[in-house]
Every structure is written in C-alpha cells, then in structure tokens.
Design a protein around this ligand. Structure first.
Ligand code: ZN
Length: 217
C-alpha cells in the first residue's frame, strides 16, 4: 500500500492508496486525535495495513468519515468500526441509502455485493468537527452523489469525488453536472487560493492550481 505524508498547519495528513480504484484513504492526526477519511480498503492485507498505521500513531481514532456512499469510499467501514469501536462513524443520511445498496453504490459493477451495515451518525452542512488542535467545517456539494460532504479547515480540505486535480467528479446526468459545478464554485473556489485540496482519487492540488488549469472551472 503506497503512503504519502504532508504536514499542514496543526495536522499531519497521510494519504494511503486503497482498493481496485486506488481511492485516497486519508488519516489525519492533530494533537492526540485521529480522523480516517474514506475507508475504501478491500483486501485483508490493506485493512490490516491501515489498522497498523492507526495503531502505531499513538493517538485516539475519534472520527471515521465517509465523504459519500460509493463502494470505493466505504468498503472497509464495517471492518474498521469493528476494529475501532470507540470511533464515531459519520456520513450524510442521504448517502447512507447509497451505502446500503450494492447496485446504487456501484459494488455490483466491481463484482462485489458490499452493503454497509454500520450505523453512522449524521454528517450535515454547517456541522463542526473538532480534531485535536483544529476544527473542520462540513459543507455539502450535490451532483456526484445526492449529498457529498466536504471537510474544510484553515489550510486544507477533503473533497471526496467532487473536485480532482484537472477534473471534476462524474455525474449521472447534465442536471447533476450543473449542480456539481455550482457547488464547487460556491463552496470550494471561494476558499483562499493556497488551500490544499485532498481529493478522493489522484494527486492533491490547490484552489489556485484549479483556478488556473481546470478546464471545467
Ligand atoms: Zn464516488
């Protein structure tokens, strides 16, 4: 499993590539607290590797957050919750419906019948997620899925499959595509240009880089 580390203000971000679609699963440490974003682990080996990274951090796993309900962002969630039962699982209620349906969450397309069994607490627009020395602000962007969550703090943001380096998320139709672009413009492109963007797949980027080079924006 490939891992990349970045030091942000008040937090360290570890990016781990998991699953057949190389989903970015992030582990954030701030102070003595940890947050795991998008546990898309599939195979036992990588479930074990991610658990080992968490356990060797010498900090408490406080939050497990799923940005949306697609298979490649949730497939390790039940195993992770069994291994770390004191963590709180957070997902937008509209995404839980997807997560529980192997056709809607695209597991079936990947030859799996995965459906999430864990019971998440609601993640909603305007919510604040404290983690150690920093706090994430939760916002919702519609279009890639009904209610994708993004987590924003001072110098960085986790954006799931809404915005990628040089691209944007896939949508079921033109209507959702317009919603997605409007959401990205209103919620993300208004952030300070230096804001580091951690997407659900591919390399991290910045708002300034996407303003300059993303053909969709
Ligand atoms: Zn997705």
């Amino acid at each position: 499993m490939e891992q990349f580390h970045e030091t942000m203000a008040g937090a360290t971000v570890t990016r781990m590539l998991v699953g057949p679609l190389l989903t970015n699963c992030y582990l954030v440490q701030s102070g003595t607290e940890l947050m795991l974003v998008d546990p898309g682990m599939v195979w036992n080996r990588e479930l074990e590797e991610v658990a080992t990274v968490i356990e060797s951090a010498n900090a408490r796993l406080r939050w497990i957050v799923c940005t949306h309900g697609h298979f490649d962002h949730i497939s390790g969630v039940d195993t992770a919750m069994r291994r770390f039962p004191d963590a709180t699982l957070l997902m937008d209620p509209r995404e839980v419906e997807l997560a529980r349906d192997p056709i809607a969450n695209y597991a079936a397309q990947m030859g799996s019948m995965f459906a999430m069994h864990a019971e998440p607490s609601p993640l909603t627009t305007g919510q604040e997620l404290p983690l150690g020395l920093i706090t994430y602000h939760v916002a919702t962007i519609h279009g890639h899925t009904p209610a994708s969550s993004v987590l924003i703090t001072g110098d960085h943001a986790f954006v799931g499959d809404t915005l990628f380096a040089g691209s944007v998320g896939r949508t079921p139709s033109q209507k959702e595509f317009e919603q997605l672009l409007a959401g990205i413009r209103a919620t993300l492109m208004s952030l300070p240009p230096a804001t580091r963007i951690f997407p659900g797949h591919g390399e991290p980027t910045t708002i300034a880089a996407e303003m300059g080079a993303n053909p969709w924006l």
